[in-house]
Design a protein around this ligand. Structure first.
Ligand SMILES: [Zn+2]
Length: 325
């Protein structure tokens, strides 16, 4: 699968250098390099340095100390030239929340670092959707955000309740009491386009922006294959039975720590029964109408998701015949 143009958080610019995580001396040596940089997260939101050149996500390590030190630090990896990139989760009290108009779809908290007008906290959806930083850097921020979303909620052992310690250069938590090791989670989500001939099935949740329809999606459950989860979700949400399921592409989705697994599914019927709890509406869209939605010329102003989302590429791939469903 070649890269999908514009797909968010999927650029993978770093050599993760996982062999170094168990070598504290090697990590310390990387940390001492003058070209070492750090991406900073506070309360699930990236912290960017604003200058005349734009918004910079890769900061000097000294910035973290100036901001009160890291609650957790991790070695994310090495840039192509070898420069190490760390991630730091600030203590919650390093930032102040001034407002919160979040609507369940977008994180619209207004967070500031007191006395530092040059530091901007911007939610990661806006960063990727608006192209506020380059795609490789958005991917680095995504890794840091997902990793720290896990750390921030795993201070205590889920097995015995004791306080856990950070290990493996930020990629493990260890319980000193029961010795259990805990690893960062990634939660698989299936996102799929059911297709039948010249139509595809799209739905909308109440929290979606006005007029937006997307592919259906849901969490993969324990004991399921990807194919089974795809068929189950389409049946649950729209009452449509599906046959063949084909993998398309995947996308890290750090809200908080998912992996979106994009698939096509061949529908075996057209009769929709909408699950009103999950969806506000679901219907079959002819290919021409879907093209109009992708090209922002739909007469009723219906729209597909933007290119940062894998749903856009699933829908576009089918609508323009790159994939024959
Ligand atoms: Zn324990």
């Amino acid at each position: 699968m070649t890269a999908l143009e514009g797909l968010g958080y999927a650029a993978a610019p770093l050599d993760r250098a996982s062999a170094l995580r168990e070598d504290p001396a090697a990590v310390a040596a990387l940390r001492a390099r003058p070209d070492a940089r750090v991406v900073v997260v506070a309360r699930d939101m990236p912290v960017l340095l604003e200058s005349e050149a734009g918004l910079e996500p890769l900061l000097m390590l000294a910035e973290v100390e100036a901001l009160g030190g890291a609650r957790v630090e991790a070695l994310l990896g090495l840039l192509p030239g070898g420069a190490p990139v760390f991630a730091a989760l600030l203590k919650d009290d390093a930032v102040v929340q001034q407002a919160d108009s979040s609507d369940g779809f977008l994180d619209q908290r207004v967070l500031v670092v007191p006395g530092r007008d040059d530091l901007k906290l911007i939610d990661l959806r806006s960063i990727a959707a608006g192209g506020l930083v380059a795609a490789p850097e958005a991917s680095i921020l995504a890794a840091a955000k997902a990793l720290f979303a896990w750390h921030a909620r795993r201070s205590f052992c889920s097995n015995c309740g004791a306080r856990t310690l950070v290990g493996a250069a930020g990629w493990r938590r260890e319980c000193p009491a029961c010795k259990m090791q805990h690893f960062p989670r990634t939660d698989p989500v299936v996102i799929m386009l059911a297709v039948d001939g010249d139509a595809c099935l799209l739905g909308r949740q109440r929290r979606f922006p006005k007029g937006m329809y997307s592919a259906l999606a849901g969490f993969l459950e324990p004991g399921e294959t990807i194919e089974q989860a795809v068929r189950r979700e389409i049946m649950e949400e729209a009452g449509i039975a599906c046959g063949e399921v084909r993998y398309f592409a995947s996308q890290p989705w750090p809200f908080p720590s998912s992996l979106m697994i994009g698939c096509f599914a061949e529908a075996q019927s057209r009769t929709i029964t909408v699950d009103q709890v999950e969806l506000e509406d679901a219907r079959w869209f002819p290919r021409d109408e879907v093209r109009a939605m992708l090209e922002k010329r739909h007469p009723d102003r219906l729209a597909a998701p933007i290119p940062m989302a894998i749903a856009h590429h699933l829908i576009k791939g089918w609508a323009f015949g790159h994939f024959v469903g």
